[in-house]
Design a protein. Structure first.
Length: 500
């Protein structure tokens, strides 16, 4: 109290009104002496009160539990660095790529929110569950990178859906003696994620039916064929558009417009625009998605570089200089696009900045490379099944062999690289990129089926050994890769039959 300020009398509280006062509560010293400082995650389990009032602990509620973020985000160990202690091979289980020991499972950390897409499995060991998940991923052709020490797996489907699988050890009175299988969507379509997630969790529980999975795929193909027939029937009901003395089908005009939009997206400098353009081309070249008429036009643009139909006169509706074929070849041969969306020169692709590219940019280029392989595989599949129509429209001949030979020669002139050698190189990296290898096998099989020259040159490049190695990888990890490589080997055997 300062002497220059008069003393104020404390006002008395009025009757009937509450009085609020602040006070500081200090924690009494512990009986056993000072306690060492505990991590922040461990302080949440302290309870001051009678032991009888303390709530029972749940899964992983250990005062010393901490969320180990490094175990989730550390890089996957290499094959030569993996050391499994006590993990013996059980002959009763299918051959597994996920060698997991029950001792490496960790309890769920306290306050760790489990995903709703989790399954609590009882009566099975972690090794058996991991083996079933590994076999399910092989059947569904899902690329998997397993962390044997942390009990986690990073999955990537052929539709670019990324899934994280984690196995936890259940403890506590609520889930005693169980293994918790948790699935998280990291990237990709949510609908496709739930489709794959349901199969993976069913496999962990032992309820995955392989025959039903294959039957569902066959039913989906039948539905696509029925939809294609319905589109063909509706085509006759549409009235053609007229411009002067010319008659233009509405589907033909819409297809050319869609191709022009996709080409304009590829020429932009934004990542999302280029990805959207490549995804559009994947749909346009797939007969099951857009119909055979649109797929023929799009495949002709990819293989010949022009949408001009020599069998009819429709110059007003054909866009000039689409650049789609050049963009596809640049992504397949060099793995990236130029700044203007065109093809990349060999000198530009081997510059010093390629090794120091940003990881996000490199990941985006890998995605575009995979989409370009899918577009090329769809176009070559249309050529294999409807080669005479494409040859007649392009004016280069009457068979698919002429279109395939012209495409191989022109692709070498554009990119200065042999396309067959590039496809075989992608097959050689089947262990690290099985999805790219599967699409490359589709492209190689269609080219060898259509062209005798392609089969002869493939044999000179020792293609049989490369394809056989990819076949071994497919048998262990990827069913679709196994199927496509078997087709390529069957096609390559025709070379020996022709020579005999």
């Amino acid at each position: 109290m300062t002497p220059d300020r008069p003393h104020r009398k404390r006002s008395k509280p009025m009757d009937g009104l509450p009085v609020f006062r602040s006070m500081k509560m200090t924690r009494p010293p512990p009986i056993g002496g000072p306690v060492k400082p505990t991590p922040p995650y461990a302080k949440r389990d302290r309870f001051f009160g009678p032991a009888s009032l303390k709530k029972p602990a749940f899964i992983g509620s250990n005062p010393s539990d901490e969320i180990d973020k490094d175990s989730f985000f550390k890089p996957e160990p290499k094959d030569d660095e993996i050391k499994i202690s006590g993990a013996e091979v059980d002959e009763r289980l299918p051959r597994s790529n996920w060698l997991l020991d029950d001792k490496v499972l960790r309890p769920v950390p306290t306050y760790y929110p489990l995903e709703k897409s989790s399954r609590f499995v009882t009566g099975a060991s972690a090794k058996a569950i991991a083996s079933k998940i590994s076999e399910c991923c092989r059947i569904m052709s899902v690329q998997a990178e397993y962390n044997h020490d942390a009990g986690t797996a990073a999955l990537k489907t052929i539709e670019h859906v990324e899934i994280h699988i984690a196995l936890w050890r259940g403890s506590g009175p609520k889930y005693p003696e169980c293994v918790i299988v948790e699935a998280q969507r990291r990237r990709g379509d949510a609908v496709l994620y739930h489709k794959y997630c349901r199969s993976i969790l069913d496999a962990a529980d032992g309820d995955f039916d392989v025959e039903e999975f294959h039957a569902s795929e066959e039913r989906e193909k039948e539905h696509c064929k029925i939809a294609e027939k319905m589109l063909a029937n509706q085509k006759h009901l549409k009235k053609p558009a007229k411009l002067g003395n010319k008659t233009i089908q509405p589907d033909h005009e819409n297809s050319l417009l869609a191709l022009e939009i996709a080409a304009s997206l590829l020429k932009k400098d934004r990542m999302d625009a280029r990805q959207l353009g490549m995804e559009s081309l994947c749909l346009l070249t797939d007969p099951a998605r857009t119909g055979i008429d649109t797929a023929l036009i799009a495949s002709r643009v990819v293989l010949t570089g022009s949408a001009q139909d020599e069998s009819c006169d429709d110059d007003e509706f054909v866009p000039e200089e689409l650049g789609i074929r050049e963009a596809i070849l640049s992504l397949v041969q060099f793995g990236r696009l130029a700044e203007d969306g065109g093809y990349m020169d060999e000198l530009e692709s081997d510059d010093e900045d390629a090794a120091h590219r940003h990881p996000e940019e490199q990941e985006h280029n890998n995605l575009l490379h995979n989409l370009a392989l899918a577009v090329l595989a769809n176009a070559l599949d249309v050529l294999e099944n409807h080669g005479s129509k494409i040859a007649a429209a392009s004016g280069g001949g009457t068979s698919s062999a002429s279109v395939a030979d012209a495409f191989l020669s022109e692709s070498k002139e554009i990119s200065s690289r042999d396309l067959l050698s590039t496809l075989l190189s992608a097959l050689g990296s089947a262990g690290s990129k099985p999805h790219d290898a599967c699409l490359s096998a589709r492209c190689l099989g269609s080219l060898c089926e259509a062209s005798k020259d392609a089969r002869r040159r493939s044999k000179e490049m020792n293609a049989k050994n490369v394809v056989a190695t990819a076949l071994d990888v497919g048998k262990r990890t990827h069913v679709k890769l196994e199927t496509e490589t078997e087709k390529v080997l069957t096609t390559l055997e025709k070379v020996d039959d022709e020579q005999e």
